[in-house]
Design a protein around this ligand. Structure first.
Ligand code: NDP
Length: 332
């Protein structure tokens, strides 16, 4: 049994992760800690969690906690991961791992030195649609991949219009929130590294001191071009992920989402074929893979290194938007 503690009592924990952790037959959600003990108590009572700790330190001092899930605002991920590693806890951390690559590298090194498993909660790799698209690419269904397009422009719901739109120091802004996911999906589906990014950001009515929309182009190590559009302000758009190759195209519709939904269509020589997928809760699969990794069976669905890579791409997108030029993505 993996005994879990949650650090942070917020929306993703409430809407998805507390239930996903509790759903595992080989896991148990033992406790929750927050910067506000009262919020931890309310969260524990709402979710039926046994212990609400008075502090993050108290949770980390509990020898009956094996693993922590960190879903605080982004500037807390680094100090809380370092503290968890020092306490010998496995760490499943939300994205972006940190606000700088150096901080994220320090987190990964600390977990490695402590001998604990670290993963990044890039949920979309767990989607049946994304796994089907990766499989189509890997088996050559579209020939040589030349390009991809990521449509990830959404409308940020009112209950999330807080630090994401007005606290740059907390890692607000659409690039840290959404472009990191695009980067991870591109790396996962194409099995290719992103080497360069050029991007333009905008504030289109929601961002207060941070960008709320971005468009750009990525280049991959194998020479593919990837177009991406992310926003908090698109009320009517569908999300999607397309792959275009020499022998065919893949259309993933409504696939950049937390819900286990969406479709995948393979288009070749004028014929369209809907790929049959078996949808599954993305977050439950993420935790299942993490528990298995603790037991020595494979890697987390998205590893610590995957989190480093997606952060490096997001930082390059921000650097490009600032400079007006092309930003190289450092190898991590
Ligand atoms: P929230 O704003 O809901 O919560 C973030 C943190 O803020 C909480 O963990 C909590 O920490 C604190 N908090 C919560 N409510 C309040 C409040 N009323 N007043 C002050 N502080 C509060 O953000 P999300 O849960 O949406 O996002 C948290 C993290 O998860 C981010 O890193 C984000 O990028 C990531 N995320 C990932 C998703 C994915 O699918 N992988 C989806 C959504 C978010 P504490 O209790 O310690 O104070």
């Amino acid at each position: 049994m993996v005994r879990w503690g949650m650090i942070g009592a917020g929306t993703i924990g409430r809407e998805w992760m507390a239930d996903a952790i509790a759903a595992q037959p080989d896991g148990e959600l033992r406790g929750v800690a927050s910067s506000d003990p009262e919020r931890a108590r309310a969260f524990a009572s709402e979710k039926g969690i046994a212990i609400a700790y008075d502090s993050v330190g108290a949770l980390l001092a509990d020898p009956e906690i094996d693993a922590v899930y960190i879903s605080t605002t982004n500037e807390w991920h680094m100090p809380q991961t370092l503290a968890a590693a020092a306490a010998g806890k496995h760490v499943l951390c939300e994205k972006p791992l940190a606000l700088t690559l150096e901080d994220a590298q320090e987190m990964v090194a600390a977990c490695a030195a402590a001998g604990v498993v670290m993963g990044t909660n890039h949920h979309l790799r767990n989607s049946a649609t994304h796994r089907a698209m990766r499989e189509l690419v890997a088996t050559g269904a579209v020939g040589d991949v030349q390009a991809a397009r990521v449509f990830h422009a959404v409308h940020l719901p009112p209950h999330l219009q807080g630090w994401r739109i007005n606290r740059p120091e907390a890692g607000g802004g659409v690039v840290f929130d959404i472009t990191v996911h695009d980067a991870d999906c591109v790396r996962f589906i194409l099995d290719d590294e992103i080497t360069e990014v050029t991007a333009m950001t905008a504030a289109q009515g929601m961002g207060q001191g941070v960008e709320d929309a971005v468009m750009g182009v990525m280049r991959t190590g194998q020479g593919r071009l990837v177009q991406f559009h992310d926003s908090f302000t698109s009320r009517h758009s569908f999300t999607g992920f397309e792959v275009h190759g020499t022998e065919g195209s893949i259309y993933g519709r409504n696939v950049m989402t937390q819900q286990p939904v969406g479709s995948v269509v393979l288009r070749r020589e004028g014929q369209e074929e809907e790929i049959v997928v078996t949808h599954e809760n993305l977050y439950e699969r993420s935790v299942r893979r993490f528990n298995a990794a603790i037991a020595g069976e494979g890697e987390p669905a998205a590893s610590a290194r995957d989190g480093l890579s997606s952060l490096a791409v997001a930082l390059a997108a921000l650097a490009s938007a600032r400079s007006g030029g092309v930003a190289r993505v450092p190898a991590v």
